[in-house]
Design a protein around this ligand. Structure first.
Ligand SMILES: *Cc1c(COP(=O)(O)O)cnc(C)c1O
Ligand SMILES: [Zn+2]
Length: 417
């Protein structure tokens, strides 16, 4: 299938062997198998002349304002929900807590289903429709699933979601309310994942299982495109991103590089990729320079608890291209980041969502980032997604009979009065 003449996609390139493929509904490089992640290529010269500042000034504030850099058909009917163009807040009190000159937060919990994943799912549902599918499927307990369920509802597609037996009830509820068919598999996540892949083949469903789908990361890229436009002349020295599978940081890096390529920014901020200590195979591979070694993940930050990440090459490639680095943080540091991000920044993030804040703090303490530098941290998911962790971070309410003297006693104990 050839792209329509007014699309700017020139083809797909394998990140492992560099082979070039024509645009189409192809997931990975046939020569390299599941490892051969494909990267969408564009005609940047043509885009430079069309996607100008003047042109952008007339467009809506969502991720489709960069449509030349997103592989969807010009005729695609866009979801009516607002995807992307999330706010960036300057947070000086959080900056001084962390010990850095300037800090801002980009709150991606403000997306329609409250996570960064909406950027990718929005592209996923449009690709499913373009390639003629009526049903889209994925295996996940987390934000990829709720986002897919929400975006499918928005564009009138059926969604089937495979969750492992131990999927948390609030997340399953978010899927069901959007009308997804939820299949609770009595087994592990891996078994749910396998059943999903087999079913996609058997029943002709579109496979949203990210990592291997080349188009989803092009949606995640929009956060990088936005940062370049929103910060313009005042670009931060560092952009800090939590890392699980590696698509998010890989996409953001690609977006920033593209904005440099087409002349919007003069330099690309350095990327700091942050993993949880209990799930850091990409960090280990970044340090060793060797092939990824899968591990068994163990962290409360469920959205980045990935032991076998698919997009590790893309993540490392982008971190290096930006002259950036990677770091890991403990669950205790993540819970602390939940508290300070909420209390000093006014933003309530889920554990993975605030992992960047924890990583920035550690990087500053270890001297990897200098105190006179500036940073922008992406908050990737809203804190209401994971109430159990939030409760662990937050502490307890004052619990008393309705009596003034009891209140006064408690307030004194807490040094409130
Ligand atoms: C998926 C996710 C991430 C990590 O993205 P990857 O592409 O897996 O690296 C970070 N935070 C949240 C909230 C997520 O849902
Ligand atoms: Zn290949």
């Amino acid at each position: 299938m050839n792209p329509p003449s007014h699309s700017f996609v020139t083809g797909l390139r394998c990140l492992v062997c560099n082979a070039q493929y024509r645009y189409g509904n192809q997931l990975t490089c046939p020569a390299c198998g599941i490892d051969g992640i494909l990267d969408v290529q564009y005609d940047y010269d043509a885009i430079t002349s069309i996607m100008t500042r003047d042109a952008l000034a007339r467009r809506k504030f969502d991720q489709w304002r960069y449509r030349e850099l997103i592989p969807i058909l010009p005729s695609a009917e866009l979801p009516h929900l607002q995807i992307g163009w999330t706010p960036i807040y300057d947070v000086p009190r959080l900056a001084s807590e962390i010990g850095i000159a300037q800090l801002s937060l980009k709150d991606d919990g403000r997306n329609p289903t409250s996570s960064f994943k909406d950027r990718a799912s929005a592209v996923g549902v449009l690709k499913a429709k373009e390639f003629g599918f009526h049903t889209i499927a994925c295996a996940s307990t987390g934000n990829a699933a709720s986002s897919l369920a929400g975006l499918s509802a928005a564009v009138g597609l059926r969604s089937v979601i495979f969750v492992p037996q131990r999927a948390p009830e609030p997340k399953v509820t978010q899927l069901l309310i959007f009308g997804a068919t939820v299949v609770r598999v009595r087994g592990t996540y891996e078994e749910a994942f396998d059943l999903c892949r087999v079913s996609c083949n058997t029943y002709g469903w579109y496979d949203r299982n990210s990592g291997t789908n080349p188009y989803l990361v092009e949606g995640k890229k929009s956060a990088g495109l936005e940062i370049a436009e929103q910060c313009a002349s005042d670009l931060p020295d560092w952009v800090v991103v939590p890392v699980g599978d590696g698509c998010t940081i890989g996409g953001i890096g690609k977006g920033l590089q593209e904005m440099k390529k087409i002349g919007f920014i003069k330099r690309v901020p350095r990327l700091l990729g942050v993993q949880a200590q209990g799930a850091r195979p990409i960090l280990d591979s970044f340090r060793s320079g060797g092939h990824l070694v899968p591990s068994v993940p163990d962290t409360l930050a469920d959205s980045i608890a990935v032991g076998t990440p698919r997009n590790w090459r893309r993540a490392i490639e982008q971190v290096k291209a930006s002259d950036g680095t990677m770091i890991s943080v403990s669950d205790e540091e993540i819970l602390e980041a939940m508290r300070v991000t909420a209390r000093l920044g006014g933003v309530f993030g889920e554990p993975a969502g605030v992992t960047g804040v924890a990583g920035l703090k550690r990087a500053v303490n270890e001297g990897m980032i200098k105190r006179n530098e500036s940073a922008l941290v992406i908050i990737t998911g809203n804190g209401l997604k994971d109430i159990d962790s939030a409760r662990r971070a937050a502490g307890n309410a004052i619990d008393i009979e309705p009596k003034s003297d009891l209140l006064e006693k408690s307030l004194r104990e807490l040094s409130i009065i």
